[in-house]
Design a protein around this ligand. Structure first.
Ligand SMILES: Cc1cc2nc3c(=O)[nH]c(=O)nc-3n(C[C@H](O)[C@H](O)[C@H](O)COP(=O)(O)O)c2cc1C
Length: 198
């Protein structure tokens, strides 16, 4: 690589795409994600937020078109299409979801199912992809709330696709934004953001 090219590569900011799976734009998971973003930005990364709620994202229809060797991607033409490109281009992802009925929100799960098609756009799209997870729940316990079910899902999914699950932050909160009073958790989120941008 030429000296000038090396400098440009060095200066290029890491890209983080943030998938928000709550209908509350100023809710607890959004607050946690904001803090992860603050950490990542302090380490020189650039973040883009995508609010999944309100987007036209259909459930996977199990047509398996994305799994054919000559596939050009997901057969469903909806708001997930531009997201595939962003996921591929990003160095890291933040997935932020509230606990709904003892697992992740439906908005987040729709997104996750549709990621089945990601390798059709780029074969090794998941390999080593840096992922951070942020979750909040109303119960006061991560097990009773069902948060652990979702965290385990993310762990299994990351292992299956060969992604790098950098860390997970999660805590109890109910009213929108309440989670910000948990200063230890917010600090943990900021640290995770820095690690994500490493
Ligand atoms: C439809 C629905 C289902 C919920 N299910 C659970 C649950 O199973 N366990 C739990 O601890 N909290 C549950 N909650 C509470 C939310 O997880 C909690 O308020 C969370 O902080 C919301 O995050 P947000 O502000 O990012 O939306 C539920 C809330 C809603 C609206």
């Amino acid at each position: 690589m030429m000296k000038k090219e090396m400098m440009t590569a060095k200066m290029e900011a890491k890209k983080i795409v943030v998938l928000l799976g709550s209908p509350r734009k100023k809710g607890n998971t959004a607050a946690l994600a904001d803090r992860i973003i603050a950490g990542a930005e302090s380490a020189g990364a650039a973040a883009e937020r995508i609010f999944l709620h309100g987007k036209d994202i259909s459930p996977c229809q199990a047509c398996y078109a994305c799994q054919r060797s000559d596939s050009e991607g997901c057969a469903i033409d909806d708001d997930m299409q531009p997201i595939y490109n962003k996921l591929i281009e990003a160095d890291g992802w933040v997935i932020a979801s509230p606990v709904y009925w003892f697992c992740m929100s439906a908005q987040t799960k729709l997104f996750l199912d549709r990621c089945f098609a990601l390798p059709a756009y780029k074969k090794d799209a998941f390999s080593g992809k840096r992922i951070a997870v942020a979750m909040s729940f109303g119960d006061d316990d991560a097990f009773n709330s069902g948060c652990v079910n979702a965290l385990r899902t993310f762990q299994d999914a990351a292992r299956y696709v060969g992604a790098n699950l950098v860390g997970m932050v999660y805590g109890s909160a109910d009213k929108p934004g309440e989670i910000q009073s948990n200063t230890a958790l917010m600090m943990q989120a900021e640290k995770l953001g820095k690690k994500l941008a490493d």
